[in-house]
Design a protein around this ligand. Structure first.
Ligand SMILES: Nc1ncnc2c1ncn2[C@@H]1O[C@H](COP(=O)(O)OP(=O)(O)OP(=O)(O)O)[C@@H](O)[C@H]1O
Ligand SMILES: [Mg+2]
Length: 449
C-alpha cells in the first residue's frame, strides 16, 4: 500500500516501519487527506498504538515548523486528558516520515458507521453525542477548540463508547489559529459559517459542527451540501438546514430543537460551548423502550408504574412554586441522612430508598429528581436508572449519579442508561446542591437560598 507520493519518490508503509523499527505493523486503520493511520505494536512498551504518518515527506516541510506544530498538538492533547478524547503518546520523525502515536481506539469511526447503517436512531445517538460533547467540552474548558469535528474524527466501539480524534488543528481561542503552510482546514460540509467565511472562531464554532454531525447521524443526510466544496461552504454560511429530514426521522422534538439551535448562523443563538450542549442532550427525554435486564420481573415493574398515572404527574409538574421533591437512593444510611438534612434545609421534600428496587417503588411518589448511588445490594444504581428512564414517568426525570466515572466504557454505559449528570463521592455538598439547582431550574423549580 502506498503511504504517499512526493515529487521525488513513491514509498510504501513498509518504508515507514523499516525506518521506525520500534513499531511493528498490524493493520491499516484508515486514511485521510493528509495522513494514514496504522495499528502497530510498540515493541518497547509492549502495547498497541495507533500510528499516524503524515503523507508528505519530512524534507518537504519546514522541519522546525512541522515539529513545532506536532508538538503543539501533543501538548494540547496532554492537557485535555478526558476519557472521550483519544490520547496522543508521542511525536517523532523516522527517516523521511513525520508521525505521531496515539491511543488505539477499537471500533469504527462514525463516517463508516453512517456509510453502513445510513443513520442512527436518536435513542442510540444521544449517549454517543453526549460523550463527544463531554470530550470537546473538556477542551473548551481549557480554552481550546477542535475546529475539525466531523464523523471521521469520532470513534465508536461496539459498546457505544466514543472518543474524539484529532485535536490536531485545535488551537487556543486566543492563539493565532494558524495550522501551517498550505493546509486547508476542515471538510466544508462540517464547517461552521464562521469558518466558511473566515471569521474569528470560538467554542460556538465547534457547537455548530457538532450540530451538523448530529443532524447527519440522525437523518442520514447532510444539512449543507452541494457538489462543489465552495458551494458547500456557501450553503453552510447562507442556507437554512432543511427541516423535512429532521421531522421524518422520528427523533424527539427536544432533540430536533437542540440540533436547530446548534445550527443557528448567529453564534450567540447557539449553546455557548460543548458543555452546555451536553446538558441539553442530557435533558432530551428517553422515548423508546429499552429491553429490561433479564433478571427483572417485567410484570412486577409495570405494575409499580401503572399505579401512578401520568396525568397526575403532569399536574404536579406544572405548578410553578411547588416544593421540589428529591429521591435519595443510597445503601449507606449516613449518606442518606446527610443529604436529607441539606436538601431539607434547601427547602426540598426528601424521599429515601436504600437500593435500586426500593428506588423503583419510590419513583411512584413523583420525585422531581433522583440522586443515585451506583453500588448497592439487590439492584445497582445504573440498572435502576435504565429502568426508570425507559418508563413514561421517568423519561424526563433527571437522575444524578453519585460517582465520577472515568472509564470510557462505564461512562458510555451510564449515559446509555440515561444518567443525566454525575457528582463525585465523597460528596461536596455545595457542588451537589449547585448541580441539583441547575437541573431543577430546567423544570421551573428552585431551591431556597
Ligand atoms: N487513534 C485511532 N484509533 C483507531 N482508529 C483511528 C485512530 N486515528 C485514526 N483512526 C482511523 O483512521 C481514519 C483516518 O484518520 P485521519 O485523521 O488520517 O483522516 P480523516 O479524519 O478521515 O480525514 P482528515 O484528513 O480530513 O483529518 C479515521 O477516520 C479512523 O477511522
Ligand atoms: Mg482524522
Amino acid at each position: 500500500m502506498l503511504v504517499g507520493i512526493s515529487s521525488s519518490a513513491v514509498y510504501s508503509w513498509k518504508d515507514f516501519f523499516d525506518a521506525a523499527p520500534r513499531y511493528k505493523y498490524s493493520r491499516t486503520l484508515g486514511r485521510g487527506g493528509m495522513s494514514i493511520v496504522f495499528l502497530a505494536e510498540d515493541q518497547d512498551l509492549n502495547t498497541e498504538v495507533a500510528v499516524k504518518v503524515l503523507f508528505s515527506r519530512a524534507d518537504q516541510f519546514d522541519t522546525d515548523d512541522t515539529l513545532a506544530r506536532l508538538k503543539l498538538e501533543a501538548q494540547i492533547n496532554r492537557k485535555i486528558r478526558h476519557p472521550n478524547v483519544a490520547r496522543i503518546f508521542d511525536i517523532g520523525q523516522a527517516g523521511e516520515f513525520w508521525f505521531l502515536t496515539m491511543e488505539y481506539i477499537p471500533g469504527q469511526d462514525l463516517s463508516k458507521i453512517l456509510a453502513d447503517r445510513g443513520s442512527i436512531p436518536a435513542r442510540e445517538l444521544v449517549p454517543i453525542m453526549r460523550q463527544v460533547a463531554l470530550g470537546v467540552g473538556a477542551a473548551h474548558n481549557l480554552g481550546f477548540i477542535h475546529r475539525d469535528l466531523k464523523p471521521s474524527n469520532i470513534m465508536i466501539d461496539t459498546n457505544g463508547a466514543a472518543a474524539v480524534l484529532d485535536f490536531g488543528v485545535a488551537r487556543s481561542v486566543t492563539g493565532s489559529g494558524r495550522t501551517g503552510p498550505g493546509i486547508v482546514l476542515g471538510t466544508p460540509a462540517f464547517l461552521s459559517p464562521e469558518q466558511a467565511t473566515g471569521q474569528v472562531l470560538d467554542a460556538r464554532s465547534d457547537v455548530f459542527s457538532l450540530g451538523t454531525v448530529t443532524y447527519a447521524a440522525v437523518t442520514g443526510k447532510l444539512p449543507f451540501w452541494a457538489d462543489k466544496p465552495l458551494a458547500t461552504a456557501m450553503a453552510v454560511a447562507t442556507q437554512p438546514p432543511p427541516l423535512e429530514p429532521l421531522e421524518r426521522c422520528g427523533a424527539p422534538q427536544e432533540l430536533i430543537a437542540l440540533i436547530l439551535r446548534c445550527l443557528e448562523k448567529e453564534p450567540s443563538k447557539r449553546f455557548a460551548d460543548a458543555n452546555e450542549l451536553e446538558t441539553g442532550l442530557a435533558l432530551v427525554p428517553f422515548k423508546k423502550e429499552a429491553p429490561l435486564p433479564p433478571e427483572l420481573d417485567e410484570s412486577r415493574l409495570m405494575s409499580i408504574f401503572e399505579e401512578r398515572s401520568e396525568e397526575a404527574l403532569l399536574d404536579t409538574t406544572t405548578l410553578p412554586t411547588r416544593t421540589p421533591c428529591i429521591l435519595v437512593v443510597d445503601d449507606d444510611p449516613l449518606t442518606r441522612s446527610l443529604l436529607k438534612h441539606h436538601l431539607e434545609t434547601a427547602g426540598c421534600l426528601v424521599l429515601e430508598a436504600e437500593d435500586g428496587i426500593a428506588a423503583l417503588e419510590a419513583v411512584q411518589h413523583g420525585p422531581d429528581l433522583i440522586l443515585m448511588d451506583i453500588r448497592m445490594p439487590r439492584m445497582d444504581g445504573l440498572d435502576a436508572t435504565r429502568i426508570i428512564k425507559t418508563t413514561p414517568v421517568g423519561a424526563t426525570l433527571p437522575v444524578v449519579i453519585m460517582s465520577v466515572i472515568r472509564d470510557r466504557s462505564r461512562l458510555a454505559f451510564a449515559l446509555q442508561c440515561g444518567a443525566t449528570d454525575f457528582i463525585p463521592k465523597p460528596l461536596d455538598i455545595t457542588r451537589t446542591l449547585a448541580t441539583i439547582s441547575d437541573l431543577l431550574a430546567h423544570k421551573g423549580l428552585r431551591l431556597s437560598a
